[in-house]
Ligand binder design. Structure first.
Ligand code: NAD
Length: 439
């Protein structure tokens, strides 16, 4: 591993309550990679084999990954890796979590940990998630009599739901399944929404299967022609949210809270800013979604369409001051996430990431993801409205540039440090320094 200073220090895991696991691990970032992994393994009860999968990439783990990859997609030629980091300090609904994040961008994991540390001062995050209701859409064309078609669907609702539910007994036995039908008319077409409780699955396959199965019955009942039958990624009946109070003193005082709110207001007025604001939220959300083997394109599509649901693209977070002058932050968005099914059940490392989180349900995972989104956004806005975003990026960015100039091992820190001191973090300068110092 090339990044980060490899200085060994004593790492202290604090205990908020005697005997309870704490994610508040100070100095975690200064540990060597193996030591970090050991801390996480102790926290989450990982076996030696599970630990080895992350660091050793031994023959066995590669063999597993290869064969699974070859079955996951087509024309496989290899495996594309991303760094996996752990965000510390998260306390959500009174429980401590270490959060696995798979991401290539510098500073994201550190920023999330920092925000969670500040949120922790006032108890951490309070998170919630709705029932896991997904929407399947069935597009019906060439309907001659709209009223008659609508009546026919309403009168046969139970029959349609029964046929949908016959497709997935496992889901129905778990308390899930098709629950209701909504009908919309868009211009000359009728659009039927099949509302499916998908329990702990992301749900796209289940919903698509059900929509395809009921399509012939819908044609018969409406006299129309069914065209598309597919899940909607605007999963606005499957929302998750989180709230936290960020202590004004831990943030740096009242002036910082005011500066933060001024910065936030920009996003509420301008879609150019709101897009970047929401991108920052997705830095955190996608990283956890990827680490747990979930479909991040689905989450992205859901988030941005939800942000635009009023017709004006808006930030996914809200901030205000409480009566004591502390900052309150809240997030809400669709989170169609699974702890079973899809790649999350196939990918070995994704399974271990779920074990690190200790999640028991898709609902709990959605609550964690919402909290990480809020933390990430808070950290970015705090930096932006005070010192600026580049300061935090600087050290790792300088190290990246040093690596691009050919630096290896200790040379990376030396070159990076010189460039920071000179205020010239550029590839041409890194190359010059490489020549000067190492010939
Ligand atoms: P899936 O079909 O692999 O697994 C879901 C099934 O697992 C359920 O149908 C059920 O039979 C079973 N199951 C066992 N225990 C369960 C539990 N506790 N809760 C719920 N189900 C349980 O996966 P899926 O979640 O239906 O589909 C997800 C996949 O669909 C993802 O890989 C995604 O990329 C893909 N996909 C997405 C889109 C889209 O987002 N537009 C479209 C097509 C496919």
């Amino acid at each position: 591993m090339i990044y980060g200073k490899l200085k060994k220090v004593n790492c202290v895991a604090s205990h908020d309550m005697v005997g309870e696991k704490s994610s508040r691990i100070s100095g975690f970032y200064r540990l060597e990679m193996e030591e970090r992994l050991s801390k996480v393994a102790d926290f989450s009860g990982l076996s030696e084999e599970e630990k080895n999968l992350f660091l050793k990439n031994g023959e066995l783990s590669l063999a597993i990954d290869r064969s699974i990859a070859d079955r996951m997609i087509e024309n496989v030629i290899g495996i594309f890796e991303l760094p996996l980091g752990i965000a510390t300090n998260f306390r959500i609904n009174g429980k401590d979590y270490l959060i696995p994040m798979a991401i290539e961008e510098t500073s994201v994991v550190a920023a999330a940990s920092n925000a969670a540390r500040i949120a922790r001062v006032r108890g951490g995050f309070t998170a919630w998630a709705s029932e896991p209701l997904m929407i399947g859409q069935i597009q019906v064309l060439r309907i001659k009599d709209k009223e008659k078609a609508l009546r026919s669907i309403q009168e046969n609702k139970v029959k349609i739901l029964e046929l949908a539910n016959a497709q997935d007994k496992v889901l129905v036995n778990l308390g899930g399944g098709a629950k209701d039908i909504e009908v919309r008319f868009l211009d000359d077409m009728m659009v039927l929404h099949l509302l499916v409780d998908v329990r702990d699955a992301m749900g796209a396959n289940v919903v698509n299967t059900m929509c395809e199965a009921v399509a012939p019955m819908i044609e018969e009942l409406t006299g129309g022609k069914v065209r598309l039958r597919i899940v909607s990624n605007l999963a606005d009946k499957r929302l998750a949210g989180a709230r936290a109070v960020f202590d004004k003193d831990a943030m740096g005082g009242e002036d910082v809270v005011n500066a933060f709110l001024e910065g936030y207001r920009f996003a509420t007025l301008d879609p150019y800013r709101a897009a970047t604001h929401n991108k920052g939220i997705m830095n955190g959300i996608d990283a956890v979604v990827i680490a747990t083997g979930n479909d991040w394109r689905a989450i992205e599509a859901g988030a941005h369409s939800y942000a635009a649901r009023t017709g004006k693209y808006q930030p996914l977070t809200k901030y205000w001051k409480d009566e004591d002058g502390n900052l309150v932050g809240e997030i809400e968005l669709p989170i169609a996430i699974g702890t079973v099914g899809g790649a999350s059940s196939l990918h070995r490392k994704a399974q271990i990431c779920k074990k690190i989180l200790g999640v028991k349900s898709a609902k709990e995972l959605a609550e964690i993801i919402a909290s990480v989104g809020l933390a990430q956004n808070f950290a970015a806005l705090l930096a932006l409205s005070t010192v600026g975003i580049q300061k935090g990026h600087m050290e790792l960015h300088a190290q990246n540039i040093a690596v691009m100039a050919g630096a290896k091992g200790e040379q990376i820190d030396v070159i990076a440090q010189r460039m920071i001191e000179e205020g010239k973090i550029r590839l041409d300068r890194a190359k010059e320094l490489m020549k000067e110092l190492y010939g």
